[in-house]
Structure formats: structure tokens, C-alpha cells
Design a protein around this ligand. Structure first.
Ligand code: AMP
Length: 213
């Protein structure tokens, strides 16, 4: 099964993708996580990507598409989170899959309101080791600042600061929201209300994925 999670930053794509990946036993590919790892390891790609990430903009398409190529051939499927981010990336993805005789089965559009998004992003904390996602109010860890799963230290993403959140939302509306129509036209788009707790959201997604397994 090949799935895309689409939606604004803070819609819950990362949380849903991690849980879906465990339940459906398919790999979770988060371009944001991969890029942050590259930045952390100070690789050539990480050095190029950092300035775009810190400014809340998009990393150039050719860098991201190149980075993704090796992951996409996986026969057992994947959940894409944070990719594609614009029309050019969506078309490149379709082309790469088509060349390999594969296709996207479903695109889940996680729709969340701006107030919910800002609340989620400003309180979000990430595990520096296993990338588990927490929220200081909605989903706090048992011990403050420490991951329940691996005891790694929690941190706040540098782009989860108020000014950068605003910029990321602008970029989403300008670049990524057009993909809703792109996938609607392909008959692959499923609308999911993501203003709710994570449990209700995943339940709705799983009802639909049953048709593809
Ligand atoms: P995310 O973790 O998906 O919110 O991504 C964090 C940041 O990584 C974004 O604001 C972009 O700077 C960069 N990024 C992640 N995925 C992509 C992508 N598909 N294309 C371009 N930039 C990306």
C-alpha cells in the first residue's frame, strides 16, 4: 500500500504516520525527519537544507527528490509524510512510481483549523533519539523533557517558533494546498477531519485503508 498524508504543518501527519506505519507494517518516510537528521549530522545535504528549514521555506525540489529516490522503490509500500510539498514534487513522484510500475493508492488530507495548528505546533516536543512526538499539554511525557519510549531528551524544533510557524503556514497555502485538487482529480483524495484527538483520526484512515490491503 502506498499512502500520502497531506495537510498543513501541525495537522498531525507525523503522529498519524508513525502509528499507521506500526499498524500497517509499511515504512514511514518523513522528508522533514530525514532532512533534520542530515542537518544534525552536518552532511553536505544538511548544510544546504538548514537555511531553508530555519526560514520556514521549502528545500529546493531537486535536493529533496534526489534524497527520496532510494526509498520509493520499496515493494512493500510506504507512508509519505511531508512529501510532495508542491506540484513539481507531485509530478516527479508520479513519474518515479510509474517508471517502477507502482502507483499511489490513497491520499489522506488531514484538515485542521489554524487555531488548532498553532496550539499543536507551539506545544510540540520531539524525542532527539527516536523522533516520537509529544505535546506539553495534550500528550505530555510521563517525566518532563524525557521520552517515554527510549528515555531520549525531548526538544522543541527550531522551526516551531511563532514567526517560523506563520511562514510555514503561508508556504503551505501557497505551494502545498494546490495538491488537494491534484489528487482529487486523480480520484485518490480522502478528506479527514484532523481537528480531533489522534484516535478518531486514525480510525477514519484505517476504515479506508482496509479497501487497499
Ligand atoms: P516537516 O517536518 O514536514 O514539517 O518539514 C520541516 C521542514 O523541512 C520544512 O519546513 C521544509 O523546510 C523542509 N521540508 C520537508 N519536506 C520537504 C519537501 N518535501 N520539500 C521541501 N522541503 C521540505
Amino acid at each position: 500500500m502506498r499512502i500520502i498524508l497531506l495537510g498543513p504543518p501541525g495537522a498531525g501527519k507525523g503522529t498519524q504516520a508513525k502509528n499507521l506505519s506500526e499498524i500497517l507494517k509499511i515504512v514511514h518516510i518523513s522528508t522533514g525527519d530525514i532532512l533534520r537528521e542530515e542537518v544534525k549530522n552536518n552532511t553536505a545535504l544538511g548544510q544546504q537544507a538548514k537555511k531553508y528549514i530555519d526560514a520556514g521555506g521549502l528545500v529546493p525540489d531537486d535536493l529533496v527528490i534526489q534524497m527520496l529516490k532510494t526509498w520509493l522503490g520499496r515493494k512493500d509500500g510506504f507512508i509519505l509524510d511531508g512529501f510532495p510539498r508542491n506540484l513539481n514534487q507531485a509530478q516527479a513522484l508520479d513519474k518515479l512510481l510509474d517508471e517502477a510500475g507502482n502507483k499511489i493508492d490513497a491520499v489522506f488530507y488531514l484538515d485542521a483549523s489554524e487555531a488548532v495548528i498553532i496550539g499543536r505546533l507551539s506545544g510540540r516536543r520531539i524525542c532527539s533519539q527516536c523522533q516520537a512526538i509529544y505535546h506539553i499539554q495534550n500528550m505530555p511525557p510521563k517525566i518532563e523533557g524525557i521520552c517515554d519510549k527510549c528515555q531520549g531528551r525531548l526538544y522543541q524544533r527550531s522551526d516551531d517558533q511563532e514567526e517560523t510557524i506563520k511562514r510555514r503556514l503561508e508556504v503551505y497555502l501557497k505551494e502545498t494546498a494546490t495538491l488537494i485538487d491534484y489528487y482529487k482529480r486523480q480520484g485518490k483524495l480522502y478528506y479527514i477531519n484532523a481537528d480531533r484527538q489522534a484516535e478518531g483520526v486514525i480510525e477514519d484512515i484505517l476504515k479506508i485503508t482496509k479497501n487497499f490491503s
